[in-house]
Write a protein that binds this ligand. Structure first.
Ligand code: SF4
Length: 182
């Protein structure tokens, strides 16, 4: 994909028919935030409320993410938030490998356009799509390949609130350029 600007990339995503997910979406969800952006957050895929609004992380997981960002001292307006897959999988199922392959060039273009200094991969789908690795417990808590930080997906923290402190601790690293402050 040739480099284009963000508004044109958003247009391409919103009109995309590269995988079957376009058949059931209401709206594609390209992502939102400042451009360029020092910090980028990458989730898995839009859910029901994201599909209806075209905005990333506006449902229950999004509200938990907002609370975690606030506790980490990070304003949401400072971060660009997107996901690996830009259209909602039916019943919020996991994205299929082929869907991820088709959609991944959009994320790659966003990274090229936005030049984030640090990219937070939330959950195994994002870690696998970008780094080719899975296993949050092993990967989280340190900077990988100079600019990637792996942490939990907010939906996982919704299911297990015991993860919240570690999630906030990881997000704090985004605020300190990758350093973990004690
Ligand atoms: S999920 Fe990605 S590849 Fe599939 S239709 Fe949506 S934008 Fe296109």
């Amino acid at each position: 994909m040739n480099q284009i600007d963000l508004p044109h990339l958003d247009q391409q995503i919103c009109a995309c028919r590269l995988c079957p997910l376009f058949l059931e979406r209401n709206l594609a969800v390209p992502g939102s935030g400042p451009a360029p952006a020092d910090i980028m957050l990458v989730g898995e895929a839009p859910g029901k409320e994201e599909d209806l609004t075209g905005k990333p992380f506006v449902g229950r997981a999004g509200r938990l993410l907002d609370a975690a960002l606030e506790r980490a001292g990070l304003e949401r307006s400072r971060v660009f938030i997107t996901s690996v897959i830009k259209c909602r999988p039916p019943q919020n199922r996991k994205p299929k490998k082929k869907e991820i392959e088709r959609c991944r060039p959009y994320l790659q273009s966003q990274i090229e356009i936005l030049h984030p200094k640090i990219i937070c991969l939330m959950g195994n789908t994002a870690a696998q799509a970008v780094l080719g690795r899975q296993g949050i417990a092993d990967l989280r808590g340190r900077i990988l390949e100079d600019r990637y930080l792996v942490t939990f997906h907010p939906a996982a923290v919704l299911r297990n609130r015991n993860l919240m402190d570690d999630f906030v601790s990881d997000l704090k690293m985004l605020n300190t350029g990758g350093l973990r402050l004690v």
